[in-house]
Design a protein around this ligand. Structure first.
Ligand SMILES: Cc1cc2nc3c(=O)[nH]c(=O)nc-3n(C[C@H](O)[C@H](O)[C@H](O)COP(=O)(O)OP(=O)(O)OC[C@H]3O[C@@H](n4cnc5c(N)ncnc54)[C@H](O)[C@@H]3O)c2cc1C
Length: 337
């Protein structure tokens, strides 16, 4: 591991200032992702700035009926919060489907959505990876693509030598639920505070796969707000994976039925970001949620899918899997005969 300095600032302002003025500095939350990357050589910071004790570790009621989650609240605490379990079951279910009890005791609300891809080539410093080393290429193309993206990619078998190529997926379960809940992210940066709608926090690779989110260097997540849901609202999370526990999603679905004729659908395991199925949502707006309608809406959503071939058989299986998983999730929640 490359040696680095460690700092524990007195407050949020000092932490933000410290990271913003040092290009080689990073924030440390629970450390369950960052410390792995320090050991693997994926992250090679000069300075690690510990923020775990600086932000709130409370979940508080908001006047509008929503909840504010401090960035230091652990995944375990959040999943156990009675208000989250009762009013936002999609979030509690997503959290409990992730990692293990020990990891959830450490992982934080600020760190979880910013965990980095589990693409094996990103984690292997001997291979070319545009996300880890911009401009080096993408070893994943034509390689083992079972866990890779089918939506928002530069095409089927994109040029592996091009600097913009990346077919990695975003790994967080919690983030998929937060995208479907239209959560709001409080960010403190050197220029002050700003609010980022959760569905806009993560980005597609576009011309710079090294950037996972719209956050600038030195911007710290201080809290995440859950907007209120009406009393009759329903929500659920369904995760499909190779093992029943301790495995990342091949495909996952967060569904929220707020009770106003809308349905919100977010997909995990299919793109560089939690994927809001906006096209399907639009088709289903105000329509009876029959199996036929949901299946048809997902077919329309997935016309944009670009499955990747690969030495392991590729990831074309994700297209019918996503469709079936959405239908099953909505069936449990709200499907009409
Ligand atoms: C074996 C294993 C299995 C796992 N399985 C799953 C799974 O099935 N599903 C799942 O979703 N996750 C899984 N995880 C990932 C785990 O959920 C994440 O490692 C964890 O949530 C990251 O949170 P953290 O607080 O430890 O972040 P850290 O490791 O501290 O940080 C992660 C990133 O966020 C940045 N950061 C941290 N806090 C802030 C902040 N407040 N503001 C701005 N930047 C910040 C750090 O600089 C770093 O880049 C697994 C992890 C392991 C090791």
């Amino acid at each position: 591991m490359k040696p680095f300095s460690y700092a524990r600032p007195a407050d949020v302002a000092e932490a933000v200032r410290t990271v913003a003025t040092e290009p080689g500095a990073v924030f440390l939350g629970g450390g369950t992702n960052l410390v792995d990357h320090l050991k693997l050589g994926v992250a090679r910071p000069e300075l690690v700035v510990d923020v775990r004790r600086l932000t709130s570790r409370a979940v508080v009621d908001l006047e509008d009926g929503g909840l504010r989650i401090g960035a230091a609240v652990t995944n375990a605490e959040l999943a156990a919060d009675r208000r989250v379990r009762e009013r936002y079951p999609v979030l509690a279910q997503a959290l409990l489907s992730g990692a293990t009890g020990q990891l959830r005791n450490m992982a934080t609300t600020g760190g979880n959505p910013l965990q980095r891809t589990r693409c094996v080539y990103f984690q292997d410093v001997t291979t070319a990876c545009n996300k880890r080393e911009p401009g080096s290429g993408c070893t994943a193309v034509g390689g083992s693509t079972r866990n890779h993206a089918i939506l928002g990619t530069p095409g089927v078998l994109p040029d592996p030598t091009a600097a913009e190529t990346c077919i990695a997926t975003h790994p967080s379960d919690m983030a998929v639920a937060l995208a479907a809940l239209d959560a709001l992210v409080h960010v403190q940066g050197p220029a002050g505070e700003r609010l980022v709608p959760f569905p806009e926090l993560h980005r597609l690779p576009d011309d710079d796969p090294s950037r996972d989110t719209v956050l600038e260097h030195g911007e710290l997540i201080t809290a995440i707000d859950l907007p209120p849901l009406a009393a009759g609202a329903r929500s659920a999370y369904r995760k499909v994976r190779d093992r029943a526990s301790y495995a990342f999603a091949l495909v996952s679905v967060a569904a929220v039925v707020p009770g106003d004729g809308e349905i919100r659908l977010a997909l995990g395991g299919v793109a560089h970001k939690p994927w809001r199925a906006r096209r399907a949502e639009e088709i289903l707006r105000g329509a009876p949620l029959t199996e036929h309608a949901v299946r048809g809406a997902m077919e329309a959503e997935l016309t944009a899918a670009q499955p990747q071939p690969g030495v392991d058989g590729g990831n074309g299986f994700k297209i019918p899997l996503v469709q079936r998983t959405v239908v099953a999730t909505v069936r449990d929640l709200a499907l009409e005969a």
